[in-house]
Design a protein around this ligand. Sequence first.
Ligand SMILES: *Cc1c(COP(=O)(O)O)cnc(C)c1O
Length: 478
Amino acid sequence: MTSVTSAERAALARAAELAVQYLEGLERSRVAPTATLAGLRARLATPLAEEGMAPVEVVDALARGVEGGLQGSAGGRFYGWVIGAGLPAALASDWLTSAWDQNAGLYACSPAAAVAEEAAGDWLKELLGLPASASFALVTGCQMAHATCLAAARHALLARRGWDVGVQGLAGSPPIRVLSSSEMHGTTLRSLRLLGIGSAQLELLPAGDDARLAPATLAAALAARPAAGDHPPPTLVVLQAGDVNCGAFDDFEALVPIAHAAGAWVHVDGAMGLWAAASPAHRHLLRGVAAADSWATDGHKWLNVPYDCGYAFVADPGPHRASMAARASYLEHATEARDALDWTPEHSRRARGFATWAALRELGRRGVAELVARNCRQAGELVERIGALRGAAIVARPQINQGLLRFLDGAAGAGEAEHDRRTDAVIAAINATGEAFFTGSTWHGRRCMRVSVSSWRTSASDLDRAVAAAADALARLA
Ligand SMILES: *Cc1c(COP(=O)(O)O)cnc(C)c1O
């Protein structure tokens, strides 16, 4: 008997065949899911079976079960939220990652996974223009990258007050003050909450009409210390590289020195915006960002690595390691090599470094630059072309790959509430065509349609289909 049974071989071969079929079908299939909740439950939420079944039958049953219930985000006609597809090499390497089934927590558990991840981290720092001396963690997404970076920030800020949070915990510690802009992404607050920092400690400063935090606003907030006392409170400043509505960038060159002069730790949410560093035409948006203390970004969005994949970087590895490292007598800790669990919140973990390694090898520096520049151009084109349709209005032209449109109710006397309703109705009508998929947002109190392009697969004909779908939706609603 070989170690691979025929049943196992059949299941793996079937999965590969179904995967290719699925990807080939993306061109023709409807983008938005068509299955109902009841339908999906009837197929998938069956009673737990007493008897098992052959692996290949399970694969078939799963593929049948999910039919109509998958969102077409692996394809090129998906413009909702911020969701990337999977590059071929990254996807294939992700399959291998499952086959190899490594525990990438320790070098001892998987030397190859540790070294591939170390290489990916070094490549990412180079590509994103971050200091080579920064520490790195490969986590499940940008939110967990925030949690990792902010744990380091919490450790460092409290240590400066003589408070060892790892030993003393948070009870009785000097409260940390957090400043960010009104455009801050909600995952930052969620990460803070995981770290025992509540919403009452967060002050959202009003961003300007350009969605950026004005230097004077930050300076004034830092000068106005809420707590009386000799010291300013330990302060964390969270800045945006590419906000989720307009893709706006805070002015790092002006803001980081202001925050540092006040003794604050500067964290940057660069879920997508940090990738602008890879494109010579967009790099200027990040001027000054390398002086920050920590940075969080995603691999599963713009780098088109399959889910889950996010990256955390910390300028000073000391507090990063101090807040994460784990030691146990039964583990084998590396001395020369890199143990990922010294840097990540997880203990056992998937060897997700392989997929990032593969994505960066597939694209190369030039390929990443082209992907970023192309998606930015495509987002701009969609905003201009749909925005030129009768009844559409451009709210924000993309600086990178995110823009905003609004649809106006043409009835006499129609006001903002009618335009809001109209905008949501147009989004639903476009998505109902199955030709493209967009999502909405409320920006400055108004409903908008977000235009978000981060798929390597999006082609010129995909854009044509999105514009035609929008024209069709507008005509039908007229
Ligand atoms: C998506 C996103 C996040 C959260 O990233 P996850 O990978 O979903 O955890 C944070 N900030 C911004 C700006 C984002 O777009």
